[in-house]
Ligand binder design. Structure first.
Ligand code: ATP
Ligand code: MG
Length: 252
């Protein structure tokens, strides 16, 4: 299948339990459709590494497998969205910058206008994660596809045991399914890969619980809004072609 060119803006959220492969799918979508993305986890980890006030606040919560406070997350993500021009500071139409596509004004009173221009496409990985975060996002921009990555529980547990990451980029590998070209080092930069400290079994169990309690209910919210689409698969390689086809069907 020839991939690549979108006809209209895709504003996609990836939802799924920790370890379901959101990071992997997001990397592949970026590559296949030239989308840009924000990973809330990567953004937080960058702040932790840089020891920003926000990072210092978030670090212990992340280490314990809990959820960072909604108000911090909304500030962080909405800030990043407007920095990149994907939502507007009202009255200042970032979407007006698109030279190739028409402008569609969403009639919903709470959500401001969004650009239909394909270059205004973006993907969110890991945000929103609670009802309150979803409501805040609704007020900023109307997302038009929410992908529910439905991966069996036992597969997720197995996968986390072998997960390696390249922290600076967020690229994810697995010692069984998705090996780096050279053991222990990133394919692109050659830098060392590490294990995430919150992938330890006890912390991971807490993250799964937080997902079930706080995030899973979001699926219903987006189902009601008519934008939910569920994809099932045991491996990322089973999911990718289905996801590519769906993006192609809806936006290309
Ligand atoms: P995976 O990367 O395997 O999909 P994950 O989705 O649990 O797992 P990240 O998205 O990287 O992992 O998030 C790591 C941690 O960062 C979370 O456990 C949580 O503490 C914090 N975090 C990330 N996004 C949010 C969010 N939207 N709201 C609250 N906390 C968040
Ligand atoms: Mg992730």
């Amino acid at each position: 299948m020839a991939l690549g060119k979108l006809r209209k803006a895709a504003r996609v959220i990836l939802v799924g339990p920790p370890g379901c492969g959101k990071g992997t799918q997001s990397g592949r979508l970026l590559d296949h459709f030239k989308l840009s993305s924000i990973s809330s986890g990567d953004l937080l980890r960058q702040n932790v590494r840089a020891k920003t006030p926000l990072g210092v606040q978030a670090e212990s919560i992340m280490k314990s497998g809990g959820l960072v406070h909604d108000s911090i997350m909304v500030k962080l993500i909405v800030g990043e969205l407007s920095k990149r021009g994907w939502v507007e500071t009202r009255g200042n139409m970032a979407s007006g910058l698109c030279l190739t596509g028409p402008l569609s004004v969403i009639s919903k009173p709470s959500a401001p206008a969004a650009s239909d221009c394909p270059s205004a496409s973006f993907l969110l990985d890991g945000f929103p994660r609670t009802q309150s975060q979803a409501k805040s996002l609704d007020e900023e921009v109307q997302m038009n596809l929410v992908v529910n990555l439905d991966v069996p529980h036992d597969v997720i547990l197995e996968r986390i045991a072998g997960r390696l990451v390249h922290e600076p980029s967020g690229r994810v590998y697995n010692t069984t399914w998705n090996k780096p070209m050279n053991p222990g080092v990133d394919d692109i930069t050659g830098e060392p890969l590490t294990r995430r400290s919150d992938d330890q079994p006890e912390t991971f169990a807490k993250r799964l619980k937080a997902y079930a309690e706080a995030t899973e209910p979001l699926l219903e919210h987006y189902d009601k809004a008519g934008v939910l689409w569920t994809v099932r698969g045991k491996t990322s390689d089973e999911i990718t072609p289905q996801l590519d086809a769906e993006i192609q069907r809806r936006f290309a």
